[in-house]
Design a protein around this ligand. Structure first.
Ligand code: TYD
Ligand code: MG
Length: 455
C-alpha cells in the first residue's frame, strides 16, 4: 500500500506547498490554495509514455545543424481552424480548446477527426459513451475510415492505447475528466490536470503527434484548472459565441506557431459546424429601410477585413446614474467616446443611458471601429438614421481627431465588394493609388463627421 499525503495547490498558478497559505508566494494571489490528496511514492511510470519514434539528441546541437524538414505542418481541411492555428497543424504541438458547455467543442473536434482523411486519429472521450459519439458523428457529414474512438479516463490505459495504435492525431475530450492512477485526487483537480496534461504533452513532444485537449471553463470565462496549463501547452484556443445564436467564433489567445489575432467563424447547423468563409455578408443584418442607431464599420480581424454592424441606443436616463452598457466593445473606450462627444460636440451624454452592441455576438478590438460606434450613438441620439450605403472606419483620438488605421486598401475594397457607395475615413490615411468605384470621404475631426451626417 502506497503511502499517501496531502499537498496544497494554488488554483491560479499551480504552485504547491506543504501547508495552507493565504497568499500564494509564487503568483501573489490571495485565497487560492486548496488541499488535494496525492500519492507520495511515485513509481517510475514515465517510461510507458516513451515512444519508439523519438530521435532526440542527448547533446546540445548547433542551431544551423538542426534539420527543419520534418517540421512541416499537417494540412487541415477546415480552413477556419487552419487559419487560427497559423496554417495547419505543427507536429508535436499541444492545443488546448476551451469554451462554455454546449458551445460545440466536441463537435468541432469530432469534425476535425472525421476530416483528417487518410491519417489515423484517436478520439478519447471521458465525457460521452461510444454510442453518443457515434450518433454525433452521424449528424456530421464527413467520414474517416481511420478514426478510432476510446472512452477511457485513465492516462495509464490511454498511454498503452497510444503506444499500440500510434495515431497521427490525438483528441482528448476533456482534460478535466482524465485521471492518473498514481494520484488520489479526483479528476479535474489541480494535481490531476497538471499530471495528466504533463503526460500528454510529453507524449506529443516525444512522438511528434499533435494533441488537442478540450478544456472546461469556469463561471467567469477562464479555462478551468491551473493557469499553468495554459503555459504548458503551445496554443490556447477559445471557442465562443452565444449558445442561442448560430454563430461561433474561434480565437487563439496564445499561439507559439502563429499570430493570435486571427479568428475563425462558424455557423452551427443541424449537420455540424459550417465554416463561414465570407463573414461580412452574414454579419450585416438585412433591412429594407435605414433605422436610427445602426451603422456599418469596415473592421479588420487579424488579416481579414470584416464589415460589422454596430448598434447603439441612447435614451433619457431615468435613474440618477446613467447606464452604460456595451456588448462586444470595450466599455472603457465607450466612456471615452462619450466624453469626447460631450466636450467637442456639445452633446449632453451625461444625461443619457447608452447601450452599444456589436451584431453577431462578435467582440471587436480593432480601434478602427470607433467612427462607426460614434455614428451609431449620434444617430440614435438625434433619432436620425444613417444612410445604409455608407460605411465607416477610423480611430478617435482624445481631442476629437480621427486617426489613421492600418490596411486601409483591404477595408475599402471589402466595402466596395459588398456594395457600399461611400466610405468615411481619416484624412491622415494614405489612399491607395488605384482608383476605386467607391466614394471616399476623408475627415480629420469628429465635428466634421457630425456635420456631414446630421447637419
Ligand atoms: P457539443 O459539441 O456537445 O458542445 P460542447 O462539447 O462544447 O459541450 O455541442 C452541443 C450543441 O451543439 C448541442 O446543443 C447540439 C448542437 N449541435 C447542432 O446544432 N448540430 C450538430 O450537428 C451537432 C453535432 C450539435
Ligand atoms: Mg463536449
Amino acid at each position: 500500500m502506497a503511502k499517501t499525503s496531502t499537498t496544497f495547490f494554488c488554483k491560479s498558478c499551480g504552485a504547491s506547498s506543504a501547508k495552507w497559505v493565504g497568499k500564494c508566494p509564487a503568483c501573489g494571489e490571495w485565497n487560492t490554495y486548496v488541499e488535494e490528496v496525492i500519492h507520495k511514492d511515485k513509481p517510475d511510470y514515465k517510461s510507458t509514455w516513451k515512444s519508439e519514434k523519438v530521435k532526440r539528441s542527448l547533446q546540445p546541437l548547433l542551431l544551423n545543424e538542426i534539420e527543419k524538414g520534418n517540421e512541416e505542418r499537417f494540412p487541415i481541411d477546415d480552413t477556419e481552424l487552419s487559419r487560427v492555428l497559423g496554417g495547419g497543424l505543427v507536429p508535436g504541438s499541444v492545443i488546448l480548446v476551451g469554451g462554455e458547455p454546449g458551445i460545440g467543442k466536441s463537435t468541432l473536434m469530432l469534425q476535425l477527426a472525421l476530416r483528417f482523411k487518410g491519417r489515423k486519429v484517436l478520439y478519447i472521450s471521458g465525457e460521452e459513451s461510444e454510442r453518443q459519439i457515434k450518433m454525433r458523428a452521424e449528424r456530421i457529414a464527413f467520414q474517416n475510415e481511420d478514426c478510432y474512438l476510446f472512452t477511457e479516463t485513465s492516462t495509464q490505459k490511454i498511454g498503452k492505447a497510444l503506444q499500440q495504435l500510434e495515431p497521427d492525431l490525438v483528441i482528448i475530450d476533456s482534460i478535466q475528466t482524465l485521471q492518473s492512477d498514481l494520484i488520489d485526487s479526483t479528476p479535474g483537480s489541480i494535481s490531476q490536470v497538471k499530471e495528466t496534461a504533463g503526460d500528454l504533452i510529453r507524449y506529443a513532444k516525444e512522438s511528434g503527434t499533435p494533441v488537442f485537449l478540450i478544456g472546461h471553463i469556469t463561471k467567469d470565462g477562464t479555462l478551468a484548472g491551473p493557469k499553468l496549463l495554459e503555459h504548458m501547452v503551445d496554443t490556447v484556443l477559445q471557442f465562443e459565441g452565444d449558445r442561442h445564436h448560430v454563430y461561433r467564433i474561434l480565437r487563439s489567445t496564445k499561439n507559439r506557431f502563429g499570430s493570435t489575432n486571427e479568428i475563425g467563424i462558424y455557423e452551427m447547423q443541424a449537420g455540424g459546424l459550417r465554416e463561414v468563409s465570407n463573414p461580412s455578408e452574414v454579419l450585416i443584418s438585412q433591412r429594407d429601410e435605414a433605422l436610427s442607431g445602426i451603422s456599418i464599420s469596415a473592421s479588420l480581424e487579424g488579416m481579414r477585413p470584416l464589415l460589422i454592424e454596430t448598434q447603439a441606443l441612447v435614451s433619457q436616463a431615468v435613474y440618477g446614474t446613467p447606464q452604460r452598457n456595451s456588448n462586444g466593445y470595450d466599455s472603457k473606450r465607450l466612456n471615452m467616446l462619450l466624453a469626447v462627444l460631450e466636450k467637442k460636440c456639445g452633446l449632453r451624454m451625461g444625461m443619457q443611458d447608452v447601450f452599444v452592441n456589436i451584431a453577431g455576438g462578435l467582440r471587436v478590438e480593432d480601434p478602427g471601429i470607433d467612427l462607426g460606434i460614434i455614428a451609431s450613438i449620434v444617430s440614435s441620439y438625434e433619432s436620425m438614421p444613417v444612410d445604409n450605403e455608407i460605411c465607416f472606419v477610423g480611430e478617435l483620438g482624445l481631442s476629437g481627431e480621427i486617426r489613421a488605421v492600418t490596411r486601409i486598401e483591404q477595408r475599402i475594397s471589402e466595402a466596395e465588394k459588398l456594395g457600399f457607395k461611400t466610405i468615411y475615413l481619416s484624412k491622415f490615411n494614405k489612399l491607395p493609388q488605384t482608383s476605386s468605384g467607391i466614394n471616399i470621404v476623408q475627415i480629420s475631426k469628429i465635428e466634421e463627421l457630425l456635420n456631414l451626417l446630421f447637419g
